[in-house]
Design a protein around this ligand. Structure first.
Ligand code: MF3
Ligand code: CO
Length: 291
């Protein structure tokens, strides 16, 4: 953004307030970090207030679609059935499923069962059975804005080991949320997520992480959940990103299916779980805008 903005000019954020009464102090603080050599997100990815409202509308659709899946998912249905629900419930609400056609992805949602880490492709042949754990990852485009979140579902009687994995990953996300503080490095969040998983004897996938979201499906920054304290971009109010660690019961090693080019599985075949929320960094912490 241009630093030539006058102090009495309208703020770049579109609030209608004078710059000096709005984001001037924010930009000064950003500039201080920049001069210290801290990594920063590019300014145009900081969400303007009126865009935040639009993105929240996309999130509302995403949440409603996942709520629908949550109410209807059960043993005996196919993952194609979930795809049909997500497609029709999204379109019914005026949205478009973001995955459909994204880099050639053939379906409207990712459905990842047991040892599938992420990017599972819904299929007529794949039937949910008692004891399965499944991640359903929904992403919505609404009026040109993007929302992204995913939830785990446990089908019927699930083993205590898998239940513990699912529960711990949920805690990882909650801990991550609690570590989102403005003007601190994003690595503090990722590190806390990682430590909680390790404490429970699990491993976190390194190669696939989270991302900025809102104006695009996947924006900067790329977000790691195996990061070091003090590393990564500085979180600033108006920044938006996902917290979506993939946590494996066994080793962190993964392998992408060569035939379909999408399905990511654990190398050792042990289960993996993931929950995903989107957060908006605020002046005091963050707001969870999509879950
Ligand atoms: N929804 C996934 C995420 O959380 C991305 C899926 S890409 C797709 O980032 F093409 F597989 F849908
Ligand atoms: Co995501």
């Amino acid at each position: 953004m241009s630093l030539k903005i006058g102090r009495n000019d309208p703020c770049w954020c579109g609030s209608g307030k004078k710059y000096k009464k709005c984001h001037e102090a924010f930009d000064t603080r950003l500039e201080q970090f920049r001069q210290q050599g801290a990594p920063l997100l590019s300014h145009e990815l900081i969400k303007k207030p009126q865009d935040v409202e639009k993105i929240k509308e996309a999130c509302a659709v995403n949440i409603a679609v996942l709520d629908y899946v949550q109410e209807h998912i059960r043993a005996g249905i196919s993952t194609q059935q979930i795809d049909d629900w997500v497609h029709s419930e999204t379109v019914r609400r005026g949205g478009t499923p973001a995955p459909l056609g994204y880099e050639g992805f053939p379906k409207s949602v990712c459905t990842s069962i047991n040892e599938v880490v992420c990017h599972g492709i819904p299929s007529e042949e794949e039937i949910l059975k008692d004891g399965d754990i499944i991640n359903v990852d929904v992403s919505t485009i609404y009026n040109g804005f993007y929302a992204d979140s995913s939830r785990m579902f446990m089908i019927g009687e699930v083993s205590p080991e898998k239940q513990a994995l699912v529960q711990t990953v949920k805690e990882c996300v909650e801990i991550g949320i609690s570590k989102v503080q403005p003007w601190t490095p994003i690595g503090n969040m990722g590190s806390a997520v990682h430590q909680h998983a390790l404490f429970h004897g699990y491993q976190v996938v390194r190669e696939i992480g989270g991302h900025g979201v809102g104006y695009e499906f996947h924006e900067d920054p790329w977000v790691s959940y195996t990061s070091e304290e003090g590393s990564g971009v500085i979180m600033v109010p108006g920044m938006m990103f996902t917290i979506e660690p993939m946590v494996n019961m066994g080793s962190a090693e993964i392998r992408t299916d060569e035939k379909d080019g999408w399905t990511v599985r654990t190398k050792d075949g042990l289960p993996s779980a993931q929950w995903e929320v989107t957060v908006l960094v605020t002046e005091t912490g963050c707001e969870v805008i999509c879950w």
